[in-house]
Design a protein around this ligand. Structure first.
Ligand SMILES: [Zn+2]
Length: 280
């Protein structure tokens, strides 16, 4: 498992610095024959492409914050995440989970099955069920291709059909760099609110299937709600997600029976305390 994570790190290191944030200038007219082939890029992105785009994005995002240097913690979070992913209809994806060495509270998924959670968020959690709740929410973003679709949409409207198709297929071209920059931007701007509510609802179902107390995610949302909203560690999460109170209300409205039915499943407080403790 660590080997896969290390492979991601190696990829990040191998990525030329210019591919990370600078946008190459693109002669749009040269590569876009917009009227003719608008429909081309709208077709589904196949799974290898989805995984390749996710790898590029993960490498860029890892350039901003490295993984926590704690093999035991990384292995543990991977084990929990892969167990949950195995309960889903996309269990065949190359799932990998990493804890980023960042004090802010955040978690996010990239297309193809790579999921990151920050050390800051992990440190606020009290049980494996809470971790499972957050990872399940992120797993849903991958299952439903929320980011992939948003990136595709942005590429289509900004580059046009042909260039967007080229950006998806050609892994080394300038259009691809542009595509990855759209993707990176997505992580500071956030998804549609409806995608976030869907991830909360279906995430609860995945946590239940995994055998966890379904109140894990609501507990984390309550922790965040109780914190000072001005806390700088929450800025990005508040910018990219609906307010925790709104998410709790939506869950209560739609998921109350499921939450209650599986609320007696284990929380695994002690195992979490033993495995997720930060090596100082
Ligand atoms: Zn989300």
């Amino acid at each position: 498992m660590m080997r896969m994570l290390l492979a991601v790190v190696a990829l990040a290191a191998a990525l030329p610095a210019q591919a990370q944030f600078r946008l190459p200038s693109i002669d749009i007219n040269k590569i876009v024959d917009s009227a003719k082939n608008v429909g081309k890029a709208a077709k589904d992105i196949d799974q290898p492409e989805e995984i390749a785009i996710g790898r590029d994005l993960a490498a860029t995002l890892l350039g901003a914050a490295p993984l926590v240097n704690d093999a035991r913690m990384q292995r543990y979070v991977n084990n929990v995440g892969r167990w949950l992913a195995a309960q889903t209809e996309r269990s065949d994806l190359p799932w990998q989970f990493g804890v980023l060495d960042a004090p802010q509270l955040n978690a996010f998924a990239v297309p193809g099955g790579t999921i990151f959670i920050t050390r800051g968020l992990l440190e606020r959690m009290k049980s494996e069920a809470e971790l499972a709740g957050v990872l399940s929410h992120e797993i849903v973003h991958v299952l439903k291709k929320h980011h992939l679709k948003a990136i595709q949409k942005a590429a289509m409207s900004s580059l046009g059909g042909d260039a967007a198709a080229l950006a998806l297929k050609d892994r080394a071209g300038a259009a691809r760099d542009k595509l990855i920059s759209f993707g990176t931007e997505m992580y500071t701007r956030g998804l549609d609110k409806s995608d976030e509510f869907e991830a909360d609802r279906l995430g609860v179902v995945i946590a239940a299937r995994g055998g966890y107390d379904t109140y894990g995610l609501p507990a984390v949302l309550q922790t965040i709600q109780a914190m000072n909203a001005q806390d700088s560690g929450l800025a990005l999460m508040f910018k990219t997600h609906p307010a925790p109170g709104e998410r709790l209300d939506a869950l209560g409205e739609k998921m109350q029976p499921t939450l209650d039915r599986y609320s007696k499943q284990p929380q695994l407080v002690e195992r979490f305390a033993a495995e997720a403790r930060t090596a100082k």
